[in-house]
Design a protein. Structure first.
Ligand code: HEM
Length: 499
């Protein structure tokens, strides 16, 4: 056994104190602490950090060194004080073969000129408030379809329960994809399946990722070749999305109403104009598109589903939110984005949902680019760094009654998720912070508003609110394990059902 607070044994780092953490065994490191716990990583890591009183904790997952930050102070030291040192992403062995082909998007790009370029284009051009605003018509159209689909179920003789998570996901995914390529993706289901497969492989927990130097592990897991196969499939789908985009443009040019520039159009234009520090290749464009598709849709869909789940579990909050929307809208036929600024309570509901259910509970892993001292401990170069935002959002030192869903806690407007209040960082912070906050907020708020405005909701089968199953499942994001089925009752009839 190695003891906690053990000094490192790696060359120049020798004699420097590593953060505390659980005991480690030869070869497997700390992995035995995770086996048989039956708990998802963010919960298991949170339990370990608490047991070892380790705001900054050191683990070895197989051969991989990992440091986990579990308090706002630790997160601040990493993502603010030492932001540049932690602004890279690790290329775990499963993704390395793909990245080595040059197929680098934004999410996994190493810190450097290419990342800076892609980041700048994304923040300034693709996901800016102005651009997000230009997709308003798409969002309103998709949410009116959502309302229409729910209304159909509500009008069935026995009041059919609807799979609200799935319907809301369809609305956010279609809205995202339309903003990207101008129309709904013909191969949406196939694409979602591919993303799901890819994200299982890049979770970093394959044998090959944990024991990168073992040829046997690499052979057994076959992860690299599976990853390449998924990557080829994803690229084939992106080619298809690009051709679909071209066809759509031809149709639009032929007289059909046009929504304004979509994201792919902007990217192709920027790449053609040139004058960039690093040329934007078609490969980069496909990767970036893939990142935005996948980063943009599942995260928002999962958040919406958690919001509805918490509202069902907390009838007081549900009634207050519904009364708030109906009061403000005063019988208007439907909610438009003009109404959203008048619905502050809804924004608080979204915030509280993200506090209790940050869909990326450990953010996206960072990599330490140069050895650093954090909270008096040594973090060696090359260490993978995770920030447990799930644990931070439930820390009783910072949150009163942390397990209670209480949107009012944000009422004074002092705490926001923009990356400066380290007790609440569901979108991360610093240079690698999520660039899609405005895009996500827009999609989530309008969908939630229409669901609460038009309908009341019941749990089918006589389930009591407090008994609603909230079990999590880890996919690309932490989502509900079981789909959320609810029975809708129309309160404000939708004025016109689209299709
Ligand atoms: C509720 C919705 C969302 C949540 C909770 C979320 C959360 C996150 C988090 C935690 C990170 C990592 C931040 C870090 O390392 O500090 C991230 C990165 C990223 N997100 Fe989001 N996100 C959401 C929606 C979106 C949307 C709508 C888009 C785009 C349309 C998007 C695009 C990205 C991209 C491209 C990155 C990588 C940025 C980089 O590495 O430089 N996200 N997101």
């Amino acid at each position: 056994y190695k003891n906690k607070n053990q000094r490192t044994s790696h060359g120049a780092s020798a004699n420097k104190k590593l953060p505390p953490g659980p005991s480690r065994l030869p070869i497997i490191g700390s992995l035995h602490h995770f086996i048989g716990t039956g708990t998802l990583a963010h919960r298991a890591i949170s339990n370990l950090a608490r047991r070892h009183a380790a705001p900054l904790m050191y683990l070895e997952l197989g051969e991989v060194r990992v440091v986990v930050a579990s308090t706002p102070d630790a997160a601040r030291e990493i993502m603010k004080t030492n932001d540049i040192a932690f602004a890279s992403r690790p290329w775990i062995p499963s993704v390395r073969p793909i990245m080595s082909t040059g197929a680098v998007g934004l999410v996994f790009a190493r810190y450097g000129v290419l990342w800076r370029q892609l980041r700048k284009v994304s923040v300034m051009e693709l996901l800016s408030a102005r651009r997000v605003q230009s997709f308003r018509g798409i969002r309103e159209d998709e949410t009116s379809r959502l309302v229409a689909a729910v209304a159909v179920a509500a009008s069935s003789p026995h009041g059919e329960p609807v799979n609200i998570g799935r319907l809301a996901a369809t609305a956010t995914i279609d809205s995202t994809v339309r903003s990207m390529i101008g129309s709904r993706f013909e191969r949406r289901e196939e694409f979602l399946q591919t993303i799901k497969e890819a994200t299982m492989l890049i979770s970093g927990f394959t044998l090959h990722d944990l024991f990168p130097s073992s040829r046997l592990a690499s052979l057994f897991s076959g992860a690299a070749s599976k990853m390449l196969a998924v990557h080829h499939k994803a690229f084939e789908l992106m080619d298809c999305a690009i051709s679909q985009h071209r066809e759509h443009q031809t149709v639009s040019a032929g007289g059909a109403a046009k929504d304004g520039e979509d994201i792919l159009e902007v990217l192709l234009k920027i790449s053609k104009e040139g004058g960039l520090d690093v040329p934007l290749t078609i490969e980069n464009i496909k990767c970036l598109l893939l990142d935005l598709f996948s980063g943009g849709s599942e995260t928002s869909a999962a958040t919406l589903q958690w919001a509805m789940s918490e509202l069902m579990r907390n009838p007081r909050v549900m009634q207050k939110a519904q009364a708030h929307v109906r009061d403000k809208l005063q019988g208007k036929p439907t909610v438009t984005e003009d109404d959203l600024p008048d619905l502050p309570y809804l924004k608080l509901v979204v915030k509280e949902t993200l506090r209790l259910h940050p869909v990326l509970p450990l953010l996206i892993p960072r990599e330490c680019m140069e050895e650093c001292e954090i909270m008096g401990y040594h973090v060696p170069k090359g260490t993978m760094v995770l920030v447990n935002v799930w644990a931070i959002g439930r820390d009783p030192k910072y949150w009163e009654e942390p397990d209670v869903f209480k949107p009012e806690r944000f009422e004074d407007g002092k705490i926001d998720f923009k990356g400066t209040d380290f007790e609440f960082i569901p979108f991360g912070a610093g240079r690698r912070m999520c660039p899609g906050i405005t895009f996500a907020q827009a999609n989530i708020e309008i969908a939630l508003a229409v669901l609460l405005y038009h309908f009341d909701w019941d749990l089918p089968g006589g389930v009591k609110p407090s008994d609603l199953d909230m079990t999590e499942e880890m996919g690309m994001t932490v989502r509900r394990k079981k789909d959320l089925y609810l029975r809708p009752i129309v309160r404000v009839p939708p004025h016109s059902a689209t299709e």
